[in-house]
Design a binder for this molecule. Sequence first.
Ligand SMILES: [Fe+2]
Length: 55
Amino acid sequence: MMSGYVSENVEIAAYTALIAAAQAAGDPETSAACERILPQEIAMAKWLLDHLPDT
Ligand SMILES: [Fe+2]
């Protein structure tokens, strides 16, 4: 459970960096794809954290 939470936060950092890189490179398609995925990673990290105490 803790490893999953760490992994989700690594993904959040990665997608955040990818969005910035895609914007800097003038690649709106990649930026848009990452912006669609990022909220899912944030939601999963929150779900894992919320359920960690019960686990
Ligand atoms: Fe994920």
